[in-house]
Design a protein around this ligand. Sequence first.
Ligand code: FES
Length: 85
Amino acid sequence: MIVCVCRRVSDREIARHARAGMGFEDIQFELGVATQCGQCEGCVRDVVAQCGTCPTANIKLASNLLEGSAWQTSHSVSQLPLQHL
Ligand code: FES
């Protein structure tokens, strides 16, 4: 869905940047969202807030996987293919 009509930027593109660790101001600078009419700012901030925690959660999950505390399994982490880490 297009979030910023002025710059034709979708929520998926904003989310992709947020998951890469960019904050609102970084995304605003990079994509130009909320730089013209400003009507999209609240929605952009909502998308960033929802996705901004994803990298941290993924890092924490990966850390737990390496420690073997994420969940009980019959396979050790060293047996998992790299694509699962
Ligand atoms: S809709 Fe994003 S600046 Fe106008």
